[in-house]
Design a protein around this ligand. Sequence first.
Ligand code: C5P
Length: 401
Amino acid sequence: MSVSGKKILIAVSGGIAAYKIHFLIRDFVKKGAEVQVIMTPDAEHFVTKLSLSTLSKKPVYSDFYGDNGSWNSHVELALWADVMLVTPCTANTLSKMIHGMCDNLVIATYMSAKCPVFIAPAMDLDMYVHPSTKKNIELAESFGHTIIPAENGELASGLIGQGRMAEPETIFNAVENYFKTETNGKSLEGKTVLITAGPTYEAIDPVRFIGNHSSGKMGFSLAEEASKRGAKVILISGPSAQVIHDENVELHKVTSAKEMLAKVFEFYDTIDIGIASAAVADYAPKEVAKEKIKKNDENLTIELVKNPDILKTMGEKKTHQFLVGFALETQNEEENAKGKLEKKNLDMIVLNSLRDEGAGFKNDTNKIKIFTKTEKTEFNLKSKDEVAKDILNFVEAQLLK
Ligand code: C5P
């Protein structure tokens, strides 16, 4: 489902990124959406009403009052919209939205809106990481708004960091995805999704194993979200304390990497999407002692041999499957993640941050970056349930291309 026939209200605030809005309007109009632009008084310093109205084919408003004693009704504008996009959203406009500082047409319209609101912040890097902005972004998310995070790169100030407004294509995709799931709800109907999750345990003897701290939360969240969207879900999990609440998810419990590989390939030919979120042990003991190893000597040497790389094998045998991998890196994270995308023949890779507090492995939250062969998208720190939505939205957008 595209944006065709949808009513998009774009509120532009006063940042240099406002110049990118022309491309966004053009994309929406090209795809058959109706676009209404409003702007803050400051935005007029950056872009002209004439250029925006030429592209949107509608008058652009920045004031409550028109030239001929007419009144630009913020309530009508707000109720007209199927979605409202605040883009670029400056620190000032974000703060006014959060605190209800209703001193211009954009904020009055925002406060009258009943539709979903998307916010694409744009500001200098220090403003973006300021506790006040961080808090306002959190509050906006708690209001149910969707934040399209700023990207890393060169900023108007000449500094380099996070603060650049997301590219028009990213904003367009976020809105298009919303309409797809909103109108259908079952956006993955007819698709079979296989997900690997949790750690693997590699036996040393009948009572001991080599394992890792993976909780399996990310994979279980992905499984529930994919099932909610109508997919047939096959979840293959190593030992994990997680439980599945959705009885439609087909859960297969395994212990070792070899068992996980065998289980994956029972289903591989039938799946459309494969997501490998398991933290598979890279090595396993060469031999498993039949009896419990006694503590006789001072030292104990266990010879380890390489485990099969499940995802790499999936990549080698890929015919039609869309493959998603995960990467957790401690150095050269982006380069290594992109390397894995190539080496394992993946369509997309999710880089977990180890640098951000609260992100990764055992936590309930995660902060990810997604790479395809041509794109890079960064996301904020979110609960793993929300991260699962972002990942599946991204997969769906890729499948539509
Ligand atoms: O190579 P590395 O272990 O960093 O790659 C991580 C990705 O590969 C994850 O998606 C993980 O689930 C998958 N993987 C796998 N089998 C392995 C090792 C990793 O499927 N033996």
